[in-house]
Design a protein. Sequence first.
Length: 395
Amino acid sequence: MTDIRIINANEAAALAAQLCRVQVVAAYPITPQTPVTEDLAAMIERGDLKAEYLTVESEHSAMAAVVAASQVGARVFTATSANGLLYMHEMLHWAAGSRVPVVTACVNRGVGAPWTILNDQQDSIAQRDTGWMQLYCRNNQEVLDTIIQAYRIAEQMLIPVMVCYDGFVLSHTNTPVEVPDQEDVDRFLPPTDGKHLIQEQERMNLNPLILSDPRPDASGEMKPGYMEFRFRLQEDLISSLDAIDRTDKEYGRQFGRVWGGLVWEYRMNDARHALVSMGSLASECTIAADTMRKQGLRTGVVGIRAYRPFPAEALAETLRRVETVAVFEKDISYGYGGAVASDLKAALFDANLRPRLSSFVAGLGGRDVRPEQIVQAATDAILKEPTSRWMDVRL
């Protein structure tokens, strides 16, 4: 019997962690993330989830705790938002460098100062160079399904995964969500074997100071230097593109839902113009695309689901036949422009593609972005010269 519940994305994230049988949860409260770990704490208290809940004094400690627990073989989970994620920054590098399969939910919120509790994606975008995979969700169902997928990807690749979804827009909005059976999730995500991790009977010097160049160990075997470790992580992140796509397809075969793997398309078969975005803003773009088609502009949408590793080839392939591209994003790489637009320009340049590309920074700090605004901005970009600007800024 199908179990459909009317829940918000925070509840969906907590249910997903429960279905994945996480064994250690550590988190520090911050709006709009707090209900995720409140729900998990209640599950553990009721006995519905056999796990340890670690009460910590900061987000830095929360990430340190789950990294340590993951190193001894536990399946772990944490969640955070905004400045809390920034407080984790050092430990995000530590998690990726230690190659532990940590999964965290980032409930996207604008970063202070000045303070806002409302949504944009500046917090996770600011962490894009920490060595984590980043997956962005457009609705509550995708949040639940992506967290389940994230554990399989992370445990296969030994790289941590951040599952990102928009604060309040999704985190506090109720929609129908199909919750899979526990037995089906267990088949998709078997228990971790822990073979690559710390073993009780083995002596191990964990993450020691390392020198620049490869050197022989005590037995004379050559061991990598610092740069070799960084190269391995980079190579495996690029390999993760296939793992993300493959995992989504496997999930679809078992549960009947796929989310596009790396990128998803809407009405792109005959599109001459493309709107590119991530998360819930990409869903708004689908409404805008429908309106533009009624106005005679053949427009489609390309949603970026995996932002790190960046799906350069997939994006170039789906945008190969379009004349114009308009990127809408809820972040800013200060001193240059939108981070997504910058990465997309590089990907298209490498693929020898030259559509007219316009970049729009929108929705920072929870500013409403309406489909009609997207239509106006994209139409102007099609009919006029390419532009890069902030949407609807009133000083």
